[in-house]
Structure formats: C-alpha cells, structure tokens
Design a protein around this ligand. Structure first.
Ligand code: WQD
Length: 349
C-alpha cells in the first residue's frame, strides 16, 4: 500500500497514537507535516521519531501549533498543499473531562471547527478522524458494530460524539467531503524498537500504563476495579489493540479516502475483535516483563462497562485491514519501552 508523493497533515502528531502513525505513514512513502500544542506531550518525542525515521526523517516536518490557532494553521496551509488530514489532537482523559467540561468542549470541539474552516478555505475536504469506542457508551451487546446506538456517557465521550455529528452534517452539506471516523478500542503497546511509547502525564487513568508503573516499582499495587462482573474471572473485559496496528489502520484509511470519490462520512471500528479481562492483562504483562504485578480487588469504577469488544468486519471490508498483534506482543513491546525509558520521555538520556 503506497502513499508515495502524498502529503499528509497530522494534528496531535507527538501524541501516543499520532507519533506511531506518523512513522508508519513515512514507511509507506508519504510526506508528513505534524503539529502538536504540547499540552499532553514532549518536544523530545520528535527526536525519538527522527531517530526511528532514519533516512525518511527529511520527509517529516513539525510545527508547534494549536488546532484553535486559525492563523497558525493558515500559515502552514498557505505554504503547503495537503492531500489528507489525520486529526488526533484533543484532550482524552475521561475523569478530567468530568471536572473540566468547558475546557474539553472548547479544545476538542471548537478546535476542530477552526481546523475544518481552514481546510475548507484551502479546498481540502479529506479527513481521517480519531474517534473512539467511547461514543458507544455502555454497549447493549458485544461485539459492537458501527450500527450500535451512540450514547456517550462522559464529557470527553460527548466531545467525540459531537465531532462525529459535525462531520456527518458537513458530509451531507457538501458531497465533496470524504471523512472516515476511526473508532479505536483500547490502544496499548509501543513501537517494537522500544524507542517510542505512551507517556501518561500524572497518575495513569488507564489500565496498562498503571500496570507498567507497578511492574517498574513506581506504584505499590494495581487496584482492580471490580471482581464481581458476570465474566469468566469476574473482572471487566476490553478489546486491547496494538498501537502499531492502529497506525497501519490509519494508513489504510488515508488510502481509502484518497481513492473513494463518494465516500461521505463513514465510521469504522479499529479493534481486534477479541476481549481480554483485567486479570488476563495482569498475567500477560507479568509474563512479558518477568515482574510481579501486585494488585488488590476493589469495587467497580463508576461508568465502566462489563465487556467491550469490536466487530471488525467493516474495517476488513472497507479498508482491507485487520489487526496482527496479540496481547503478548502488546505487553512485550510495552515492556521494551518501559524498561528502556522508565520515566518515559523524561528519562535522562
Ligand atoms: C480498562 C479496564 C477498568 C485502571 C478508556 C476510555 C476510552 C478509550 C480507552 C480514549 C476497565 C480497569 C483500569 C486501573 C483497573 N480512550 N482498570 N484499574 O475505561 O476501557 O477506556 O480508554 O478514547 O475512551 O474510556 O480503559 O484502561 O481506563 O480501563 O482495573 O487502575 O481496566 O475498570 O475495566 P477504558 P481503562
């Protein structure tokens, strides 16, 4: 699958999924201009990306810019013609969004309005959007298909759902827009080299970064939120997907957008179609790291679903894409990153 000669604009390009996707875009022959406002990342990520990009690093450009900065975006679009935008930028902590809804709506929703206005001004109507399984809320049945009811249950989830609704309205108003909404399940893992990975700021909300920090001895134990769920081992089930599989999924999505005139606005799940419980993830990480992950069974976390995993037929049919890595690979690569950079991008070089 080639993107030779294509120029891709990536927002949030120094983030966890953005940084891995940029590297895979380069591998497929694309040029990439990425922006990031550094609200949840580090300038040093770009150094790691350049090291991994090797001789393709000269196809990559980085500008510190916020999607809410219409002038800054315009300056970039005046100098370069892009074939497609991949839009990752946005705040993404569920818990934080409950405390700071206004900041989430302004940054995630209004920021996307500003980005879309600049795209329209320059006649660019090709978009791959970073959406999330969170738009499904508490699913009534699994596997979850793209036709499942949409009912976000957090301000963060609603910013994703409202952005999706805006994209759907735009596609109805102007048939020239080609938009894919990629609904990720639970992204984990790291670049197989161990030189790029996730660096959560503060106390991790998500399972795998927390497990990682327990394995490193940085946290005393993992709280397992709920052991009385109607699942085989009583703990909740999720569809964990390798960040490198997600990155490949984005390349397939860009190829699809560029090749499909009447695409409109289409949602596509990016998951493995397999579920793993919290206890299974603990065991997998212990096997990959050789470290004990101390944990205590606690009450359920409010708002959590019992079991979530993706129906993957649409991605296979529309993109010709399916995940390749399994949970052991995800844990092995995450441990390679964690053991090499125990303080993430703040690890002294
Ligand atoms: C996974 C499982 C927890 C932490 C979130 C967002 C979603 C998406 C993916 C952005 C659950 C359990 C967790 C801990 C635990 N992100 N857990 N102890 O909630 O499925 O989804 O991240 O789009 O939008 O909602 O992921 O990693 O927080 O939790 O037992 O310390 O691990 O209860 O069952 P979640 P998670």
């Amino acid at each position: 699958m080639s993107l030779d000669g294509k120029n891709i604009f990536v927002t949030g390009g120094l983030g966890f999924i953005g940084s891995h996707t940029v590297l895979v875009l380069l591998e497929h022959g694309a040029k990439v201009h990425l922006i990031d406002n550094l609200s949840n990342s580090f300038p040093r990520v770009y150094d790691h990306m350049k090291k991994l990009a090797g001789d393709k690093a000269d196809k990559m450009t980085y500008t510190q810019c916020d999607i809410n900065d219409g002038e800054g975006l315009t300056k970039i679009f005046e100098k370069e013609t892009f074939d497609c935008v991949i839009h990752f930028a946005g705040y993404k902590a569920v818990g934080e969004s409950v405390d700071k809804p206004l900041e989430y709506y302004r940054n995630n929703f209004v920021g996307t309005v500003v980005l879309l206005e600049v795209m329209r001004k320059f006649g660019l109507k090709n978009m791959v959007f970073s959406s999330s399984c969170t738009v499904y809320g508490l699913p009534e049945e699994v596997p979850i298909t793209e036709a499942a009811p949409l009912k976000a249950i957090s301000p963060y989830g609603r910013t994703k759902l409202f952005q999706e609704d805006m994209f759907r309205d735009i596609a109805v108003s102007d048939k020239d827009w080609r938009i894919l909404l990629l609904r990720y399940f639970n992204p984990i893992g790291a670049h197989p080299s161990g030189d790029l990975g996730e660096h959560p700021v503060g106390i991790p909300n998500n399972l795998m970064p927390y497990i990682q920090q327990v394995a490193l001895g940085q946290r005393e134990f993992l709280r397992v939120f709920g052991s009385d769920y109607p699942t085989p081992d009583g703990t909740a089930i999720r569809d964990y997907i390798h960040v490198m599989d997600l990155a490949e999924g984005h390349v397939s999505a860009v190829v699809k957008v560029l090749a499909t005139a009447d695409l409109g606005c289409t949602p596509i799940n990016l998951g493995t179609g397999k579920g793993s419980s919290v206890l299974e993830m603990i065991r997998a990480f212990e096997a990959a790291s050789g470290k004990k992950v101390e944990h205590k069974l606690m009450d359920r976390r409010p708002g959590d679903s019992v079991a979530v995993w993706a129906a993957t037929e649409t991605a296979e049919k529309q993109l010709g894409w399916k995940s390749k890595f399994n949970v052991d690979d995800m844990c092995k690569h995450q441990w390679a990153w964690a053991s090499k950079y125990p303080q993430g991008y703040e690890t002294p070089l």
